[in-house]
Design a protein. Structure first.
Length: 259
């Protein structure tokens, strides 16, 4: 795929975002409806209110309340640690049950982007409410890397050509045999999460080291039961130069990451 084709795809994606976002004024508070979906396939909404020369962006408590209604409770040290790591990674604060971030006019797009990413990441914790799930998927990936003595740095942000920051779960530095490898663990491989990875990689790939490689680590047996990944997702990742990494085949990929 030539560069112009990729750029056309990115432009189409950005135009789709623009068309799908709607704004409504509710008693002086701005309600922004985004095209991103929660686990109920409802569009995510965030709220913006002015405070002097700043803007306060919030999810109005929806994310936490929805997790609690599913039976998920932030009641263990491990879950709290992962939850706080997610919020800290995106610069988001928890006030009561609301996810909140402050912004000014010049950084509003990035802060809005961060809040949406944080909501999606926290929403993905829903899978841990299922009885058969005993660990977080990202923890599984980290344990896998450590078990095979693969050097890595976790929770890394890269700025893309759009000037937006994108978070990745693990970076394996370049070696004499392999280039830099950048991994994102996708516990719930759906159209939305696949699209976010494609957009993030397309945005940062040109500003990373030559021959840097991205991996989408796809959870296809996280609950102990084999679940097929939609072939369209696999093909889409490959079209964007991202290597699909099926978790069920992880032992076959040790050499690629360890060398």
């Amino acid at each position: 795929m030539i560069l112009k084709d990729c750029q056309d795809l990115v432009n189409t994606y950005i135009e789709w975002l623009r068309q799908k976002i709607s704004v409504e004024n509710i008693n002086g508070i701005c309600e922004i409806t985004t095209p991103f979906l929660d686990r109920h396939n409802d569009q995510l909404q965030i709220y913006v209110k002015r405070s002097n020369d700043k803007f306060i962006l919030t999810d109005d408590g929806y994310t936490i309340r929805d997790l609690e209604s599913s039976g998920f409770e932030l009641s263990t040290e491990n879950r709290l640690q992962v939850f706080n790591t997610i919020l800290n990674g995106f610069g988001i604060q928890l006030q009561g049950d609301e996810l909140i971030v402050e912004a000014r006019g010049n950084n509003f797009p990035q802060r809005k982007h961060n809040l949406i990413q944080a909501i999606l990441a926290v929403n993905d914790l829903f899978v841990t409410a299922e009885p058969m799930v005993s660990r977080f998927f990202k923890e599984d990936v980290e344990k896998y890397l450590r078990t095979h003595q693969i050097r890595f740095t976790s929770s890394v942000k890269f700025a893309g050509k759009s000037r937006l920051d994108h978070s990745f779960d693990f970076v394996i530095p370049a070696s004499q045999k392999q280039p830099e490898r950048i991994l994102r663990a996708i516990g719930a491989p759906n159209r939305q999460n696949i699209s976010l990875l494609m957009f993030a990689w397309n945005d940062i790939s040109e500003v990373r080291e030559p021959k840097s490689t991205a991996y989408g680590v796809l959870n296809d047996n996280g609950t102990g039961i084999k679940k097929e990944i939609n072939p369209e997702y696999i093909n889409a990742l490959m079209q964007y130069g991202i290597t699909p990494f099926l978790w069920s085949q992880r032992e076959k990929n040790v050499q690629k990451l360890a060398s």
